[in-house]
Every structure is written in C-alpha cells, then in structure tokens.
Design a protein around this ligand. Sequence first.
Ligand SMILES: NC(=O)c1ccc[n+]([C@@H]2O[C@H](COP(=O)([O-])OP(=O)(O)OC[C@H]3O[C@@H](n4cnc5c(N)ncnc54)[C@H](O)[C@@H]3O)[C@@H](O)[C@H]2O)c1
Ligand SMILES: N[C@@H](CCO)C(=O)O
Ligand code: NA
Length: 436
Amino acid sequence: MNSYRSLRIALLGAGSVGSQVARLLLEHGDEFAARVGAPLELVGIGVRDLDAKRDVELPRELLTTDLDTLVASADIVVELLGGIEPARTLLLEALAAGADVVTANKALVAAHGPELFAAAEIVGAQVAYEAAVAGAIPIIRPLEHSLAGDRVIRVMGIVNGTTNFILDRMHTEGSTLEESLAIATELGYAEADPTADIEGFDAASKATILASLAFHTEVPASEVHREGITGVTSDMVAQAERAGRVLKLVAICERLPAGEGQPGGAGDRVSARVHPVSLPATHPLAAVRQAMNAVFVTAEAAGDLMFYGAGAGGPETASAVLGDLVSIARRHVAGGPGTAGSTHAKLPLAPFGEVLARHEIALTVADQPGVLSVIAGLVALHGVSVESVRQDVRDGAATLVLGTHTATEARIADVLAALEQQDDVERIDSVIRLID
Ligand SMILES: NC(=O)c1ccc[n+]([C@@H]2O[C@H](COP(=O)([O-])OP(=O)(O)OC[C@H]3O[C@@H](n4cnc5c(N)ncnc54)[C@H](O)[C@@H]3O)[C@@H](O)[C@H]2O)c1
Ligand SMILES: N[C@@H](CCO)C(=O)O
Ligand code: NA
C-alpha cells in the first residue's frame, strides 16, 4: 500500500442500513484499504440515542449525538438518516467544507438533488447515491456512465420492494395489504413512514432520479405522475389471475418521440410515472417476486438491458453504499475533482394526459339487453376503441371488463367521467393499465 493518509469517514444514522454499513466497514477495513490504497477510518457514527437497541452492536466510543461536529471532521460523509432535514443541511455543510457525500436517501436526492450537485460542483466534490434506487442493484452508475454514449428510450422497473412484497403475497397467499406491510416493516424493507411505500412516493422519487439520469434532463418530483397500491383490491388480483396476468407497481420513464419527420430525436419529450400495471404472467417483470427489484432499460444502440436484484434490506443496501464509498475513496487517493452528473439535454416534459397506454376497465352494469352496445358506443365517442370485452353475470348485476386499444390518458379520463354519468353503469370497479 502507498503512504496516503487515512480517509476519515463519518456515518450518519445507525438504522437498518447504517448499522450494516458500520459493521462491514469495521469487519472488512483491511480489504477496503487494499482496494483504495489508503485506510478508511470510521471516525464516528451519528445517532439520536446512544443507548438505543440496534441490529448490530457498535463500538460505544464511535457513537455521538453531535452530528454537526462529526460532519465537520470528515473527508467523506455517509448519510443514512432518511428524510429531508436534518440530512439536507448536514450534507450541504459537508460539501461546503469540501467533503464528499454518499447517501441512500432517494427522497432527498429527488427533492434536492440539483441543490446538492451544485454545492458539490463548487468545491469539486462528489455526491454518490447508488443505494437510492433499487438498493443493491447497480443502476445509477450504468445510466450515468456506461450508457452515456447511447440514447435511452425507456426505463421501466419494479423499484419498491415493499409494494412488490405486498402485491406478491396478495397473489400467492391472498394476504391483506396490512399484514404484508407489517412483515415488510419487520424485515427492514419499508420506509420509516410506510405511506411513502404504499402510496408510491418512494417509487416516484426513484422515477425522478432514473428519468433525470436516463434523459440528461432535470425531471422534478412534482412532474412525476404517482399512484400507489392502496386502490388494488383482492377482486382486482383475482380478476388478473383469471386472465393469466399479474399486478405490479412499476415506474416508467419514457422518451416520447416528437412524431413522424422529426430527425434524430429533435422535439422529443420525456415522461415519468408510477402506477400499478397488469402484466402477462409470462412477462419477465412478473417473475420478480417478494421484495426483489428489477429495472429494464431500452437504449437505441444497446437494445434491452435488464438489472435484477435486492432493492431493499440492510446488508443488501449497504453493499451499494460501500461501493460508492470505495469508489470515492479511490478518487481521493488518485486526486482530481469529483464527476458531476449532466442535465444539459433539458428535454421538455410531456404532460401525463398525453402518455399512451392500453387500459382495462371493470364496470358493474345493469344486466339488461343493449347495455353493452350503449357502453361501447360511449367509449368510441371519446375516440377510444375497445379491443376486448369480458362479461360475468352474478346476482342480476353484470361485471363488464373492457380492454381498450392504446389511448392517451386524457381520453381515458374523459371515458371514465362519461361512464360515471351513464345510468346503466352502477359503478367503476377498477381501472388498470396493461403492459404486453
Ligand atoms: N432499508 C432499506 O432497505 C433501504 C434501501 C435503500 C435505501 N434506503 C434508504 O436508506 C436510508 C436509511 O434507511 P433505513 O432503512 O436504515 O432507516 P432506519 O429508520 O432504519 O434508520 C435511520 C436511522 O437514522 C436515525 N436518525 C434519523 N434522524 C436522525 C437524527 N436527526 N439524528 C440522529 N439519528 C437520526 C434513526 O434513529 C434511525 O436509527 C433512508 O434514506 C432510506 O430511504 C433504505
Ligand atoms: N422502502 C424501500 C426501501 C428501498 O429503497 C423499498 O421498499 O423498496
Ligand atoms: Na442501486
């Protein structure tokens, strides 16, 4: 090993992920030093309560509740607190002092990434966040570096382990959302506030990050259309199964072509959204079970790429955090400023209403002659064509399941509003987007 001085590492947070990062850093310190060319010295672990019970027993002398002082003493700050504050202020303080930053905090990167990246650029420091999207799966680095010479067309993935775990158990065991969420929380997958998982906020933060990287364009969290899984019922799961399909919560980031005659991507727009979809059971994403994640990337020259692995869990996420840490530490030893991400493409964002999808609409209707043709006519009136109809009559009421051809979200919203007004329609039971 050369004679480079020790690198001082400050760890903020010793929860599910932080305690595993501390453990691995202490257990494998010699290996990391050999990879980096300098020792990585864990100088302190910022916690809220020195006596709290933790997943891992940590050396008492490293624990501190004075996070500001800890940050001021470090070359590299690893933030695993979660939430916006005080994480944002502490990281801005670290960057202002010239330290590099590693974080797994997708909520923070989605909401304040540009602010952190700008602060890093001023001092030539680096912000690394591989763990923020799809946990252990390398996806940030491939989008930022490996695919920087290609044109990404689409990123579609299961990026929230908790909701995948819940939907998987609804399919395989008929469990309720509540009981599966309790298990996911126990296993360390769920966010501190699990509303972030089940309402799709966590996946939407990840969609923001993925879209910004994939399209070299700042995609604000406020522009991501978001729907969670609280509207997914056991009836919807049963109906999907009868049709040989599986329900999943997915994030879709797409580059929407400007249209015929526009050369070389000129006029393209981008869109990012999170919502449940219905997939054929044979689709590769349907095979992503339990809390696993998978991300498909389609790029113009590379074609389809698939990234699969653990998207949540303490040790799994710690792997990505430590990968960032080793990579940043190597740069310290080699010298030179950190690499800044690029958002120079500045592609315009397409409104959600212009996004195209096939939909399946389940309705309870009066079981009377002629109802089907009235409804089909009403749907057609709004410029949406019906591809398939399934009918199921039970106790004098009929369930009608309409599969549409591809239509814009705006047209589908008009169809749903019109169906709600239609006397023969008792209620709209569910609406789900179909993926082939
Ligand atoms: N758990 C996962 O599977 C996973 C996966 C990927 C990313 N992440 C992200 O990693 C981060 C940490 O997640 P986690 O699951 O370890 O959360 P956690 O709730 O288990 O741990 C966070 C810890 O930080 C501490 N903390 C919070 N605010 C503090 C403060 N002001 N001062 C001192 N300590 C404070 C908490 O007491 C807790 O021990 C989050 O940003 C999360 O989104 C988690
Ligand atoms: N709560 C998140 C953790 C990983 O980001 C999930 O369930 O995927
Ligand atoms: Na990752």
